[in-house]
Design a protein around this ligand. Structure first.
Ligand SMILES: [Zn+2]
Ligand SMILES: [Zn+2]
Length: 273
């Protein structure tokens, strides 16, 4: 038996003797099976081939955890430190004893979650390494869970896994796509973690939102408008993406302007077309 990890997306699957016939996440229109075909690995194999977990300080109370070399989609996990324990966001698709020690030295994990099914990595293994920490999965996306586990908590609309941390369901990319709001971040001005719900551009001054990023499928106006509406009540100044991108300040204004621009393009209300 083994916990198979899809090499393309980094999602850990349920414990089976042989790998699943296909990765349902990668076979669906929002992701892709590489032209070279479906391949599988395990954390043990990744570790013996040299994969390591590293962490770095992002800002006070926030650490970034990365896997080198990159596994799956290659998201950077974020570990938020609170007075009641830490939350692991977008868990890596790889776990090792050395990696667990590294995170234990940072205070361990009291809750695990991610923005949507593409970026949940080895969420159950990370939970189990820390006493079965609750794993927050949006109820709307429950069918995409690759490795069911009793620690999974289904939620809708909004959840508060730890003090000062809110999960806000925005939909769009997935019906359950969410952002995390961290009230104490950015020296108390508030931070959001955007995942693929709102994708931060390379200059950190623009965002977009898509049904599929690799396959360039846009969202309809109603979905973009819903994301704007769900983010509107949140106080925040900074935003972190899941691939190292950051909007250092005025993030709320950047999100509003960028998504309003998106809607003008969807409507064709543009001059240079
Ligand atoms: Zn996959
Ligand atoms: Zn995604």
């Amino acid at each position: 038996m083994a916990l198979w990890i899809c090499l393309a997306c980094g999602l850990e699957h349920a414990d089976t003797a042989a790998p699943p016939p296909a990765c349902e996440i990668c076979s669906e229109e929002r992701q892709f099976v590489p032209p070279t075909g479906q391949t599988w690995t395990t954390s043990e194999r990744l570790e013996s081939s040299g994969s390591v977990l590293r962490e770095e300080l992002v800002e006070p109370g926030l650490r970034r955890v990365t896997v080198t070399p990159r596994v799956g989609i290659g998201q950077h996990a974020l570990l938020v430190q609170t007075s009641e324990g830490n939350l692991l966001w977008e868990p890596p698709g790889f776990i090792s004893e050395a990696g667990v020690r590294l995170v234990r030295d940072l205070g361990g994990i009291a809750a695990v979650t991610g923005s949507h099914p593409h970026l949940m990595g080895a969420m159950v293994s990370w939970s189990q390494a820390f006493g079965g920490a609750p794993i927050y999965v949006a109820a709307a996306d429950r069918a995409w869970t690759r490795r069911p586990d009793p620690a999974i908590v289904h939620w809708s609309g909004e959840a508060n896994p730890l003090p000062g941390i809110r999960l806000v369901q925005c939909g769009g990319h997935f019906a359950g796509s969410s952002v995390l709001h961290w009230a104490d971040g950015a020296e108390g001005r508030g931070v959001i973690f955007t995942g693929d719900t709102v994708f931060i551009g390379p200059d950190g001054r623009t965002v977009s939102a898509m049904r599929s990023y690799p396959n360039l499928l846009p969202l309809p106006e109603g979905a973009v408008g819903q994301i704007l509406d769900r983010l509107e009540p949140l106080p925040y100044d900074r935003a972190y993406g899941s691939f190292g991108q950051v909007i250092e300040s005025d993030a709320r204004d950047v999100v509003r302007r960028s998504l309003a621009r998106y809607i003008t393009w969807l409507r064709g209300e543009v001059d240079d077309f």
